[in-house]
Design a binder for this molecule. Structure first.
Ligand SMILES: Cc1ncc(COP(=O)(O)O)c(C=O)c1O
Ligand SMILES: Nc1c(O)cccc1C(=O)C[C@H](N)C(=O)O
Length: 407
């Protein structure tokens, strides 16, 4: 596996120049915040100067602002195996998790438990717990160990809430078989696609998924705090009651009626005024992702992960790193994680030398592999730098042990 040869043969290599990548940085954190597409600043400048600055409120109609959540949602739908009219881009993923949980409970009446796994991304679990508190315990939030989820689905389970690619380990859950197991027990399946959309091929409708949510700022490169999205399978839309019954989800928002009536389709899952600047940036990232062939994205992601783990093997033996991701690349999303007792200062030492990965408590070093802009050569250099940091003991400096607010 020669990195230079792999880069030369990479069918996606032309995408790298479409991103503004800072000199001297090896950015392996696109699974937390994706890079800036070169086209985004120009798009936003035009929106601000012309659509907002000159045309002002007229742009809600003239520039298509009012339909942006559906338009961007329809593009995201193509990345996740959904149909037109099944996805809207809106709100944060956290808020969309809450909306999906409530919608699932409204469809699956008479059942009261939401089931998830211990160690799932915290916001998903916190939203379940918040709903339990809000309903005075009528809705029950239940967590079991990851391998026990399927066996724990019972006749009171309204829905399972799972993340397709686990944020810490990168483990992929089989969406089709897990969803089928939920359906067999009369439960619905809600999927968090934050680490899978744009990273691996996703096919919500082939898996018969019921609801899904995801982030816009990771592999979709929508920018910090980009809107997320929510998918509601067409078959549930008429029965799913929006818990956040805001005016943008009304059947006729500009009739200003006293009585709430949800819109007939996916737009009932909108709540308030769409964040137009954020949606515009997200649309650039999604359009760019749509230009890529997802089979090529997946093949490169697997090849990058295989190179990374092969190069890391001697470091595991010499310096005590342990692979925290599945060793089978087919079971991993687009990231590789290692555990190490000194993970935090090691990550800081790497960042100081230009290798940007991240630390996930309590002891994980996480490296995101983003096929559109990461090269094989960067991966080889990143591992070389990690080797040097370890051989020199360069991580053990007091400033690298100081925790910052955001890791
Ligand atoms: C799986 C998963 N769900 C949800 C979120 C967070 O969503 P939000 O954008 O609401 O902070 C993240 C990352 O922050 C995540 O990794
Ligand atoms: N959303 C983030 C933020 O606002 C600050 C720092 C990191 C994030 C993240 O997205 C974390 C990410 N979901 C993770 O998988 O760890």
């Amino acid at each position: 596996m020669d990195p230079a040869a792999l880069d030369a043969a990479d069918p996606l290599r032309c995408f790298r120049e479409r991103f503004a990548l800072p000199e001297g940085k090896m950015y392996l954190d696109g699974n937390s915040l994706g890079c800036l597409p070169r086209e985004t600043p120009q798009k936003l400048a035009n929106l601000v100067d012309r659509e907002w600055g000159e045309n002002l409120i007229g742009s809600w109609n003239d520039a298509g602002w009012v339909s942006a959540p559906e338009r961007v949602g329809a593009k995201i739908a193509r990345l996740v195996g959904a149909a037109d009219g099944e996805v809207v881009a809106c709100d944060s993923t956290s808020v969309n998790v809450f909306k999906a949980l409530c919608a699932a409970l409204s469809v699956n009446q008479g059942r009261s438990t939401i089931l998830s796994e211990r160690g799932n991304f915290p916001t998903d679990v916190y939203m379940m717990q918040g709903l339990e508190t809000l309903t005075g315990g009528r809705v029950r939030s239940r967590l079991v160990d990851p391998e026990e989820v399927i066996g724990a689905i019972d006749e009171d389970t309204a829905a399972i809430l799972l993340t397709q690619v686990h944020y810490r380990t990168g483990r992929i859950r089989d969406m089709a078989t897990t969803t089928a197991a939920a359906h067999a027990k009369g439960a619905l399946a809600i999927w968090d696609l934050s680490h899978s959309a744009g990273a691996i091929p996703v096919d919500l409708n082939a898996a018969r998924a019921d609801f899904a949510v995801g982030c816009g700022y990771k592999f979709l490169n929508g920018g910090p705090g980009a809107p997320g999205y929510i998918f509601v399978a067409e078959r549930h839309q008429a029965d799913a009651i929006p818990a956040l019954s805001g005016w943008f989800g009304h059947a006729r928002p500009f009739d200003f009626e006293d009585r709430y009536e949800p819109a007939p389709g996916i737009t009932r899952f909108l709540a308030g005024t769409p964040p137009i600047l954020g949606l515009a940036a997200l649309e650039v990232g999604v359009d760019l992702m749509l230009e890529a062939d997802m089979a090529e994205v997946r093949a490169k992601s697997i090849a990058m992960g295989s190179l990374f783990t092969a190069l890391m093997e001697p470091l595991c033996a010499a310096h005590g790193f342990a692979l925290a991701s599945p060793s089978d690349p087919n079971q991993r999303g687009s990231q590789v994680s290692y555990s190490h007792p000194n993970a935090y200062p090691i990550v800081q030492a790497l960042i100081a030398r230009g290798v940007v990965g991240d630390f996930r408590a309590p002891d994980v070093l996480r490296f995101g592999l983003t096929p559109l802009y990461t090269s094989f050569a960067e991966i080889a250099s990143a591992v070389d730098i990690l080797r040097a940091v370890m051989d020199e003991g360069a991580w053990d400096r007091s400033e690298f042990h100081e925790r910052s607010a955001v890791t």
